[in-house]
Design a protein around this ligand. Structure first.
Ligand SMILES: [Mn+2]
Length: 597
């Protein structure tokens, strides 16, 4: 438990400033006009495309209407030809193949995709998923030893393996052929593990244009090559579209940017998911209360409803049931497994809520040092939810946060950061306190002996003291463009919708309208939400604010108040009161912080 030993230390207030800093992305007006003209698009849409790296009319057409033809050639991945040849040989010789995966959504769906493809081609597959707590991260040599004694001659890793040097050496010693498929960054100094082939768009020799495939995406490219080699037409017309339904779940859940080939995957995959066929998918839709015939499925549904249920299995150590869910043909069994995942997700949320309540009490009571980077620890907190908890603390406080759980004298933790503060570098600055640690700029995982947590806290604060500036801590809101209300109409909304599905790297646009006048006092709905009518000269629109009641009360908004509004566009489908509406993202009195922009 933390203490406030050094009460005199310089403190930055925990609360975020009252108003977020609205950041407008810079655009080149001439380029926007040229693209709008060439592609026949409204100016704001052309501007959004340019912000997403779409530079010409051909790229715009591809971005706005992705098709199967936009999937990239699998052989553009370095090592593909060798990998395909070896898998084909194993299928022909009826050798059992071991797929070595991972326990999260990405790692389990990667197994499902590759296993299904190889079985369609007549191969025999078994798979291994590491146990989250027992095995830790990465490939274990013992698993390969056991597989070899059971007659396996070919191992394919999915979503893992790029740093599995010891396991790769063991495979070589056992005369096991190893194909590594992964998307994680290779180790810079050690290079690549010894393998028959390494498929990874991020390896130095690979010129594959889409560097942001998730692990299941790389496994899919191998599946695509294998299927197309046998029957390109059947693959194209039947198999790949159904594979994309599974792949989009990993692509969205793994939070890779939905640009380039990932946009093709996201767009076609979500289209396909409107008509799920796989009995496991259908069972999962049922327990998540998703019914695309009533409301079209969105990327948000994948990220917030499907992903967490699938991930719950890994957090609670039954990830292999995800593979069973998506490969069984028995609807009864699928239902049983889906209900279990749903229950695990409920348990996970309960575990998370219980610890979060403790953390909030600690924050409120001032028992946590509210210095630069928060280090929050407790006894026996479920290790499967530490990352989520760290994210919650970051949302709540606007600061980087590590959340640790003590168990038998050992502390395991996860951390999340804010833009501008490199959390892995922060951990590297005190590398000697850890038993192990890893991650990247905004997310880390680590372990250390419990006795050294105070030292970690202190050294981290020293590191953060100069780097976590007020500017970095300031709350920021990324906005796409100024869009006065008079520019909003149905044709504009319809062309805007072509940018969907939104997600990482292709965020739903937030627009700014300035100096709007309230037509009436805001209406409070269900005590929490607000509805109001805002006017810009001749144009008036409805604006809705979810959980904005308290803020609006504190701002004392009334008829005639002038505000600046950051908003998203919404279509209300109600037959009587329907039409385009504004969803409030942020608001403030007119020109209150004009100087900041
Ligand atoms: Mn992954």
């Amino acid at each position: 438990m933390s203490t406030t030993a050094d009460a005199t230390a310089a403190r930055v207030p925990l609360q975020s400033p009252a108003y977020a800093h609205w950041l407008l992305r810079p655009v080149d007006a001439a380029a926007v006009e040229a693209l709008a003209k060439a592609a026949g698009l409204p100016l704001p849409v052309a501007s959004l495309l340019l912000q997403r790296g779409v530079m010409d009319a051909a790229a715009a057409a591809q971005f706005l209407q992705p098709t199967l033809d936009h999937l990239l050639d699998p052989y553009a991945l370095h090592g593909m030809a060798a990998a395909v040849a070896r898998v084909q040989q194993a299928i022909a010789a009826r050798e059992p193949i071991l797929i070595y995966g991972d326990y999260d959504v990405d790692g389990t769906t990667a197994i499902v995709l590759l296993k299904t493809a190889i079985e369609i081609l007549g191969g025999t597959v078994r798979f291994h998923i590491p146990h989250r707590l027992r095995d830790g991260y990465g490939m274990q040599a013992e698993v390969l030893t056991r597989a070899a004694t059971e007659g396996v001659r070919l191992v394919i890793s999915v979503d893992t393996g790029i740093r599995a040097f010891a396991a790769a050496d063991e495979a070589a010693r056992l005369a096991l052929d190893l194909i590594v498929t992964d998307h994680h960054l290779p180790e810079a100094a050690m290079g690549l593990p010894k393998a028959l082939a390494v498929l990874n768009p991020n390896q130095p020799d690979c010129s594959y244009p889409c560097k942001h495939l998730c692990g299941a995406g790389v496994a899919f490219k191998l599946a695509q090559a294998l299927l197309e080699a046998v029957d390109a037409q059947r693959a194209r017309e039947k198999l790949l579209p159904s594979f994309l339904k599974m792949l989009v779940i990993a692509t969205v859940a793994d939070a890779v940017p939905l640009l380039g080939e990932n946009r093709v995957i996201a767009s076609l995959g979500i289209d396909g998911l409107q008509r799920p066929v796989n009995v496991g998918l259908r069972a999962l839709f049922d327990v998540a209360q998703l019914d695309p015939t009533r409301r079209p499925l969105t990327a948000g549904d994948i990220g917030f409803r499907l992903g967490p249920r699938i991930n719950a299995a890994g957090r609670m150590d039954v990830a292999s049931e995800v593979v069973e869910l998506f490969t069984t043909r028995d609807p009864g069994r699928a239902r049983e497994l889906a209900v279990k995942l749903d229950q695990l997700n409920t348990d996970r949320r309960a575990a998370e809520a219980a610890v979060l309540a403790q953390i909030e009490a600690m924050l409120a009571a001032g028992t946590i040092d509210q210095l630069g980077c928060l280090v929050i620890d407790g006894d026996g907190w479920h290790r499967g939810v530490l990352g989520i908890l760290a994210s919650r603390v970051v949302e709540r406080t606007g600061r980087p946060a590590l959340v640790l759980s003590h168990e038998d004298g050992e502390a395991h933790g996860s951390g999340r950061s804010i833009p501008g503060f490199h959390l892995l570098e922060a951990l590297e600055s005190c590398h000697d306190v850890f038993v192990r640690f890893g991650g990247h700029a905004h997310a880390v995982g680590f372990s250390l002996t419990s006795a050294r947590v105070p030292e970690l806290r202190e050294r981290l604060q020293q590191h953060a003291a100069t780097r976590l500036t007020a500017q970095i801590l300031e709350r920021k809101l990324d906005c796409s463009a100024e869009l006065p209300l008079r520019q909003i109409d149905l044709p504009f909304y319809q062309s805007l919708r072509l940018l969907e599905p939104y997600g990482m790297g292709n965020e739903e646009p937030v627009f700014i309208a300035r100096d709007l006048v309230l037509d009436a006092a805001p209406q409070i709905m269900k005590e929490e939400h607000i509805r109001m009518r805002v006017r810009d000269g001749e144009t008036a629109m409805k604006a809705l604010g979810w959980r904005w009641a308290e803020r609006v009360r504190s701002l004392a908004l009334d008829v005639g108040s002038r505000i600046d509004l950051a908003y998203r566009l919404r279509m209300n489908e109600h037959p009587d009161f329907g039409g385009l509406e504004l969803e409030i993202v942020d608001l403030r009195p007119f020109a209150s912080l004009e100087t900041l922009l």
